[in-house]
Design a protein around this ligand. Structure first.
Ligand code: C5P
Length: 236
């Protein structure tokens, strides 16, 4: 497989073409951002942590019957993925109150929700990723009703598997964000990454943060925390 030109540089990943049109090459970068890029730092070692964690999680999800764009990890910082057209939605699932949910609705962080909820945010940096509902998704022609139903079902299924997976390494899954894409046949496929950048993970015994809130809230050094998550996942 040959690495081609860079086609997209995101906040924490860079995407390259390959000699196969249906395959892309991803490099996870040593970059941390928060507040839609307003806070930004180089964090040496973060790229390889997130690549390894995401690869491991996508492999486990595939074993449980949840396909994603992930093909294979090709180095500590790189993977091959299926090319998909990303649906411009950040799909958030919440099991416990935290972050923007707590702020917006004045619910204390850590309060268990009676059932998991799915939220949509419109992926648009210029608009600061606004919170939207199913009707906005339809009106903006982001996805059809059928796709919205499918995306919600997928998000909740991923939640059930991730909850089990993290519980087995003594981690509580507070909330997370996924992205989905459409493959060449128009099928909805789980995409992007699943890592401590995109999940809130609390230690089950201590409620210590094992995720990007360490960086967002200036709680300390991010690398040992991400390493802890990777080490725990590697015991599986
Ligand atoms: O900030 P908020 O509480 O809405 O975040 C919910 C979840 O979505 C958190 O796990 C956070 O890490 C993730 N998220 C993300 N990328 C964003 C916004 C939120 O991965 N741009």
């Amino acid at each position: 497989m040959e690495k081609g030109n860079s086609i997209y540089q995101g906040k924490a990943k860079e995407l390259y073409l390959t000699d196969q049109p249906e395959v892309l090459w991803v490099e996870y970068l040593d970059q941390a951002t928060a507040l839609n890029g307003v806070k930004k730092d180089k964090v040496v070692g973060k790229g390889q942590m997130n690549n390894q964690i995401t690869s491991k999680i996508f492999e486990i999800l595939a074993d449980q019957g949840i396909e994603s764009h992930f093909i294979e990890k090709i180095s500590n910082t790189e993977q091959l993925i299926k090319a998909v057209g990303i649906v411009p939605l950040e799909v958030v699932v919440r099991n416990f109150a935290a972050g923007s949910f707590s702020k917006r609705l004045n619910v204390e962080e850590g309060v268990k929700l009676p059932f998991p909820i799915v939220e949509f945010y419109y992926k648009d940096d210029a608009l600061d990723d606004p919170f939207i509902n199913d009707m906005h998704v339809k009106v903006l022609d982001i996805a059809s009703d059928e796709e919205v139903k499918e995306i919600k079902e997928l998000a909740l299924k991923v939640n059930e598997e991730l909850k089990k997976l993290f519980a087995s390494v003594n981690i509580k899954l507070i909330d997370f964000k996924i992205e989905v894409g459409r493959d060449a046949q128009g099928n909805i496929l789980l995409a992007d990454e699943i890592s401590p950048d995109t999940c809130r993970l609390w230690d089950m015994d201590t409620n210590d943060h094992l995720d990007k809130d360490i960086y967002r809230r200036d709680l300390g050094d991010l690398i040992p925390v991400y390493e802890e998550v990777l080490n725990r996942l590697n015991t599986l």
